[in-house]
Design a protein around this ligand. Sequence first.
Ligand SMILES: CC(C)(COP(=O)(O)OP(=O)(O)OC[C@H]1O[C@@H](n2cnc3c(N)ncnc32)[C@H](O)[C@@H]1OP(=O)(O)O)[C@@H](O)C(=O)NCCC(=O)NCCS
Length: 168
Amino acid sequence: MLEIFYTKKPVSSDDFIRRILSEYYNIPNAVICKSIHGKPYLQKGKICFNLTHSKGLTALAVGKREVGLDCESLAGKARPAVLAKFSERERGEIFSVPDFYRHWTARESYVKYLGEQLAALWRKVEFYRGKIYLRGEEANVPLLQFEAENYVFSICGEYTKYSLRCVD
Ligand SMILES: CC(C)(COP(=O)(O)OP(=O)(O)OC[C@H]1O[C@@H](n2cnc3c(N)ncnc32)[C@H](O)[C@@H]1OP(=O)(O)O)[C@@H](O)C(=O)NCCC(=O)NCCS
């Protein structure tokens, strides 16, 4: 089970991570390390997490296995410059703003799952017919998507269930 906590109050990423780990996982004063590409993690313990923010919302996914989380507000418009970077077959299934952000967040959640750089992987990753592909090969990691509060969320990781909790 993956637990997703979110707030619409202004908060720094590290403060939010520490607060959630302290209040819900009994990990006070967590020491947050960063991987070479900036992915935060805990050196000790078996907790995995990933944070995202978009237009005033901050969300943190916490579970026992590696995870990448991305969210985007659906209040925005599709960005032509970004759309042009999707592959042809991806563009062929993007007809609306939600479609655009589903594709965008799917890709980002996979890059964040890997702890990689979006710029380095953008052209190598695809989200097509609900699945992630890396260099044309299907990536063997599940992707879950849902919408809440007019945001679309993508979760990449070995999870089949999630919960969503507002902690304002
Ligand atoms: C990781 C990345 C895809 C996130 O993009 P974003 O649009 O900022 O997306 P989000 O709001 O969803 O995520 C940001 C959070 O993800 C986490 N994060 C940072 N780098 C990460 C990475 N490589 N993998 C997974 N998670 C990462 C952090 O908690 C970060 O919050 P913070 O910046 O407030 O500390 C993007 O920043 C990236 O490619 N980073 C790699 C380093 C890099 O290329 N830096 C130069 C940027 S121009």
